[in-house]
Ligand binder design. Structure first.
Ligand code: NAD
Ligand code: MG
Length: 396
């Protein structure tokens, strides 16, 4: 029986994880549920899944949860970031689902990595921000990092065991791998008239054609910043050189990504676009468990198509790839700027197309900094947020 702590339990990945766990109750117990402010959802999850601990990062939310939680459930309510870090590192926890959205996930995810846990990584932003430090910490503690992000999970599944066991420091050449191919649907605006992009609404941007996800990642998918963040994520997980990583648009989201070998073989992982597949894969690896996902019906899928990403349409993708090659300062700053810009777009303060302008403004000011510790990363993140917030004024 694995005890699983779910960070971001009330979100899209969290709820899907609980769904997979509830289908396999003899194998997993969600012992700790963590969220920020959503007390209603946490209450509902506590009633169904009966964790040992319900942690609300927001103190007021924790107090409210405490007053509303029936005593007979016998669930301990906790709060605060320090307490959260102790909880995920506790001996009673085997597996940590890292599914908090954004930079807020960095500290608790890093704490799970340092404690040598089995870390199911959905929170790509933490790896984008901390890159080398994250990989080194995992190596030192012996943590097993498994990628939940559907593309990275697909790639992982198409890699030989030797590479699977050495994520972060693997040698692709040595295993005859020529390219890692990240696929992306292109999001809701793949074919929309370019001149109308400046007037799209948050509702339109969040309506992804194939996946149902949280708001931030949905907007990132519409700008293709998501693919950019995934490019950086892949760079660290699979230890790639720039020429080894490619992005291909595949609107049907049936192929979740691919690995191309020296001999001409291309291995692809396919399935219905449902995050319960990669979640189940990470929970049970190297075994396989039921996930609740419908089997892929090839006759219904019909056609699979592919095309090149257009950087005029998706400037954020180009920015992220450039930042990846520039280094850790640039990726940390870009991630922070993007979070501020996306939040401003979602609250209707700026236009969709201004997200890229603000991101560009912030990465163009990046200077070499000392990034030897998580504290350095957190400080740079804060600095970039301040700059992005200032830049917002120009576009509001
Ligand atoms: P979501 O918005 O649905 O949920 C976010 C969760 O994070 C919520 O439980 C919320 O309470 C928690 N949270 C937010 N701010 C917090 C804070 N300051 N402290 C603690 N908890 C906080 O997001 P999601 O779609 O589930 O995405 C979660 C992560 O997984 C993101 O990093 C995303 O990029 C990644 N991911 C998601 C999908 C998907 O299909 N949804 C796919 C791949 C990767
Ligand atoms: Mg993805």
């Amino acid at each position: 029986m694995q005890n699983v702590a779910i960070l971001g339990a009330t979100g899209s990945i969290g709820v899907n994880t609980l769904d997979v766990i509830s289908r396999n109750p003899e194998l997993y117990y969600a012992s700790i549920l963590v969220a920020n402010t959503n007390v209603d959802k946490m209450l509902e999850l506590c009633r169904i899944h009966k964790p040992r601990i319900a942690h609300m990062v927001d103190e007021n939310a924790a107090q409210l949860l405490q007053t509303r939680l029936p005593i007979e459930l016998d669930i301990q309510v906790t709060t605060g970031t320090d307490v959260l870090c102790q909880l995920v590192a506790d001996d009673s926890v085997d597996t940590v689902m890292a599914a908090i959205v954004g930079a807020a996930g960095l500290i608790p995810t890093f704490s799970a990595v340092k404690a040598g846990k089995r870390v199911l990584l959905a929170n790509k932003e933490s790896l984008v921000m901390s890159g080398q430090l994250f990989i080194e910490a995992a190596k030192q503690s012996g943590a097993t990092v498994l990628p939940v992000d559907s593309e990275h999970n697909a790639i992982f599944q198409c890699l030989p065991e030797k590479i699977q066991n050495a994520l972060g420091s693997c040698d692709l050449d040595d295993s005859g791998i020529s390219h890692i191919i990240l696929t992306g649907s292109g999001g809701p605006f793949l074919t929309r008239d370019l001149s109308s992009l400046s007037s799209v609404t948050p509702e339109e941007a969040c309506k992804h054609p194939n996946w149902s996800m949280g708001q931030k990642i949905s907007v990132d998918s519409a700008t293709m910043m998501n693919k950019g963040l995934e490019y950086i994520e892949a760079r660290w997980l699979f230890n790639t050189r720039p020429e080894q990583l490619k992005v291909v648009i595949h609107p049907q989201s049936v192929i979740h990504s691919m690995v191309q070998y020296r001999d001409g073989s291309v291995l692809a992982q396919m399935g219905n676009p449902d995050m319960r597949t990669p979640i189940a894969h990470c929970l049970s690896y190297p075994q396989r468990i039921a996930s609740g996902v419908e089997p892929l019906d090839f006759f219904e899928v019909g056609e699979l198509s592919f095309c090149k990403p257009d950087v005029n349409r998706f400037p954020n993708l180009a920015l992220a790839i450039a930042a990846c090659h520039q280094g850790q300062e640039a990726t940390t700053v870009l991630n922070a700027a993007n979070e501020i810009a996306v939040a401003a777009f979602l609250s209707k303060q700026i236009k969709f197309t201004d997200i890229a302008n603000i991101n560009q403004n912030c990465v163009s000011a990046v200077v070499k900094s000392k990034l030897d510790s998580i504290e350095d990363i957190v400080a740079l993140d804060a600095e970039a947020r301040a700059r992005a917030t200032e830049a917002l004024n120009k576009y509001r």
